[in-house]
Design a protein around this ligand. Structure first.
Ligand SMILES: [Mn+2]
Length: 232
């Protein structure tokens, strides 16, 4: 069983299409949440995932939160809320927080950030005691996104895999109050539950100019500073 993972798509249809194309060789694609918000085409991203029958978990951006202290995020969140109809928002709100797949005796747990919270990320620096605290239910491999930085950890015979971000991979962890530096490609991952567990992180180029055109055409706020985040 080969599973492909997209995550943190954030309304970037161009990146999602590129990632799905590079995941042509898997048995099933699973989406790890943050489907919308901070991107120009949230409705089209939802529709493509549903058309393809891709199972999804819910991320912290998939329900409309408030970021009053961060006007940039808050304005785009308000705009996303405005462009999504009730039916699509209800679909997002109804997504599960975890999906489980079992094959060849291996148990895989798919979540947005960690098994216990939508905003607690897996980093290279996450303390081992934190990873152990996540092992409330049995699994052999946990897969997540949320931090926008790919990483793989190994502890007590388990794998912890962060497939990064399909829309906006960060060049380094963002500093509070500063815009992130975004890498110009889409990230995704493949986990094979075969005789052994095999993990592959992937990156794929997409048409950044076409994406920026979609940003301009969408009417999303802060388009100029949003586009400036990408490293060209
Ligand atoms: Mn997130």
């Amino acid at each position: 069983m080969r599973l492909g993972f997209v995550t943190d798509i954030h309304g970037n249809l161009h990146a999602l299409r590129a990632a799905l194309a590079v995941l042509h060789d898997v048995d099933e694609v699973i989406c790890l949440g943050d489907i919308v918000d901070l991107g120009p085409e949230p409705a089209a991203v939802i529709d493509l995932l549903r058309e393809r029958g891709i199972r999804c978990v819910r991320g912290n951006h998939d329900t409309i939160d408030e970021y009053p202290e961060l006007p940039f995020l808050d304005d785009i969140e308000r705009w996303t809320e405005h462009v999504l109809d009730d039916e699509r928002r209800a679909w997002l709100a109804g997504l599960p927080e975890a999906l489980r797949v079992e094959a060849n005796g291996h148990r895989l747990l798919a979540v947005h950030a960690s098994p216990r919270a939508l905003t607690e990320g897996l980093y290279a620096e996450t303390p081992e005691e934190t990873l152990r605290a996540w092992c409330v239910e049995p699994f052999d491999v946990m897969v997540c996104g949320h931090t926008h930085v790919q990483t793989i950890r190994r502890l007590d015979g388990r794998y912890f895999v962060n497939v990064g971000s399909t829309s906006t991979p960060f060049a380094k962890l963002p500093t509070a109050g500063k815009p992130p530096v975004v890498l110009p490609w889409a990230e995704c991952g493949v986990i094979t539950l075969g005789e052994r567990i095999a993990i592959e992180l992937r990156e794929v180029a997409f048409d950044l100019d076409a994406f920026f055109d979609a940003v301009d055409a969408s009417g999303m706020p802060h388009a100029k500073s949003f586009k400036r985040q990408w490293r060209r």
